[in-house]
Design a protein around this ligand. Structure first.
Ligand code: SIN
Length: 536
């Protein structure tokens, strides 16, 4: 009988976008007016870290604020490792980027008494109120508008439930000379087939890698796919040791990964021990509004000292009507778990939240693979340095998406490359041992939490490095023996990213920002980035 199997997908597009958060969709919209764009995204289109962002997007909007102040706050949080030119570039493009989002249809909350002004929130490390928000659903509001706009655009094709497996460069096609972008292999999650998208330009906007840790505020999709693919393709990966732990994730057995926004502390909420002591003033003069690295480490210290499972965020002294109106999402979610935040403190713990490192880019968002761009959490632009300032990430995503789109529009000299060959699955069989994949996944997340967490040491890092090498050997074996599944692709990426974090952390022989090593507590006079590149 003749087989009725369909041929795997083969598409050609002027531009390929991998990921559908604020960076990917902003770029797609800016680019699509003069070319075709294919957006490849895992799961549903709106399932991105952007969608879960509560706090908001920082920009200089108030008359009493200034670019100088936003730049200074960003540099201070970044502990000497930010690129000052990049910080200024992003901060100065903040207000027009916000205007563009508003023009597209994003509705930020306005001040109650003065309808022409936006209601600006405050978060740790900011000396001014400058966080635009839509209650505590800011990311969801931005994502809603961008998805609607992209879905309606005739030049944008969105492939939801598709996962990029690997980038394809000129080297893979046997073309000598500098590495250039050619496209990607893409797994159709439902059919289990790997197809090809050919594109002379690609933007990686695949988000971060919080799932590499046992406890994280990130959605399940955050498995570091973009960073791992860029590394395999030959791009430089920078500063992976700087993983930001958000101080306040809900501590409850039935609520995985639920963030309690820093904006609550911005409005006056106080961290307390289980015994009721407000402890932050003992750790930092900025108290509850110290930058995240300081607050997360202080909580870690208090928990280790007391042996308690969590600390508490107390908002009971704030106006209940204000709390319900300003934080409807957090209020509802806590209430559903039996915690009325207007009457009782919320149990919280730190959890992995944001990767400050990533694929190294220039001011156009371009990586060192020609015509491969990166924006959003996947990228390391130089904005965050050793610790990201709260609510700077959505801003960075949209500013660099616009910069990359501008650069791509002007690029008319895109060379032709040979066709990408079909994916060859060789003798791979269907995976029969899903338990192995699950067990490896769990081992990686546990070892990263235990040995490469908020506080590190040489011994812990050496142990993590040995364990990850063994796991990578096993994963490499399944990868070639079995037909690809989304779980297997994610596991391989997660292991690569874990290895990059461990390697970068082991190379940094000092403590700075988010990277604190008990064996090297001092900070070097000169701040240097950690750059990693795959051996070709
Ligand atoms: C939060 O709302 O606390 C998170 C905001 C951010 O990560 O910038």
């Amino acid at each position: 009988m003749e087989s009725c199997r369909l041929r795997p997908m083969r598409l050609r597009s002027d531009c390929l976008v991998i990921g559908s958060g604020i960076a990917g969709l902003s770029f797609a919209l800016e680019r699509a007016d003069s070319g075709t764009v294919t957006v490849v995204t895992k799961k549903a289109t709106a399932e991105s870290a952007t969608n879960y962002a509560q706090g908001g997007i920082a920009a200089v909007m108030a008359p009493e604020d200034s670019f100088e102040a936003h730049v200074a706050d960003t540099l201070r949080a970044g502990a000497g490792l930010c690129d000052p030119a990049v910080v200024r570039f992003v901060v100065e493009r903040g207000p027009p980027a916000i205007e563009r989002l508003i023009e597209l249809g994003v509705r930020f909350d306005r001040h109650e008494t003065c309808a022409t002004d936006y209601d600006l929130g405050r978060e740790g490390g900011h000396t001014q109120r400058r966080v635009l928000h839509a209650a505590d659903f800011t990311g969801q509001e931005i994502e809603r508008v961008l998805v609607e706009r992209c879905e309606a655009h005739p030049n944008i094709r969105i492939l939801a439930n598709h996962m990029a497996v690997d980038l394809v460069t000129s080297r893979k096609l046997g073309v000598d000379g500098p590495l250039r972008m050619a496209g990607a292999y893409v797994l159709d999650e439902a059919r289990g087939e790997v197809g090809v998208v050919e594109a002379p330009v690609a933007l990686l906007a695949a988000g971060g890698c919080g799932k590499v840790y046992l406890y994280t505020s990130n959605p399940d999709i955050a498995s570091g796919d973009g960073i791992a693919m860029a590394y395999r393709a030959g791009a430089t990966i920078e500063n992976m040791e700087f993983i930001q732990f958000h101080p306040t994730c809900l501590y409850h057995p039935e609520a995985r990964s639920f963030l309690i926004s820093e904006a609550l502390r911005g409005e006056g909420a106080t961290l307390r021990t289980a015994a009721g002591e407000a402890f932050m003033a003992r750790h930092d003069p900025r108290g509850d509004l110290a930058p995240r690295d300081v607050v997360a480490r202080s909580i870690d210290h208090e928990l280790k000292r007391s042996g308690d499972d969590c600390v508490f965020l107390d908002c009971t002294h704030l106006d209940p009507a204000f709390l319900r109106r300003r934080f409807p999402n957090i209020h509802e979610r806590c209430l559903g778990l039996g915690i009325d935040l207007t009457k009782q403190p919320i149990p919280v713990v730190p959890a992995a939240h944001y990767c400050c490192g990533g694929v190294a880019t220039n001011l156009d968002g371009e990586t060192d693979v020609a015509n491969l761009f990166a924006a959003g959490e996947v990228a390391c632009t130089g904005l965050h340095g050793a610790n990201r300032l709260a609510s700077n990430s959505l801003l960075e995503g949209v500013v660099f998406a616009q910069a990359a789109a501008r650069c791509v529009r002007e690029r008319t000299d895109l060379p032709d490359l040979p066709a990408i060959p079909d994916w060859d699955s060789g003798d791979a069989s269907d995976p029969s041992e899903a338990i192995l994949v699950n067990a490896n996944w769990g081992e990686i997340r546990q070892l990263m939490w235990n040995y490469v967490g908020i506080v590190r040491s040489d011994k812990r890092l050496a142990r993590a490095a040995r364990r990850i090498q063994l796991l990578q050997d096993e994963i490499r074996q399944y990868y070639w023996d079995f037909r690809l599944t989304p779980d297997l692709v994610e596991l391989r990426n997660l292991a690569t990213v874990a290895d990059l974090i461990i390697t970068a952390a082991s190379r940094r022989r000092e403590s700075r920002g988010l990277h604190q090593n008990l064996d090297h507590p001092e900070t070097d006079a000169e701040a240097r980035p950690t750059r990693l590149r795959a051996l070709s």
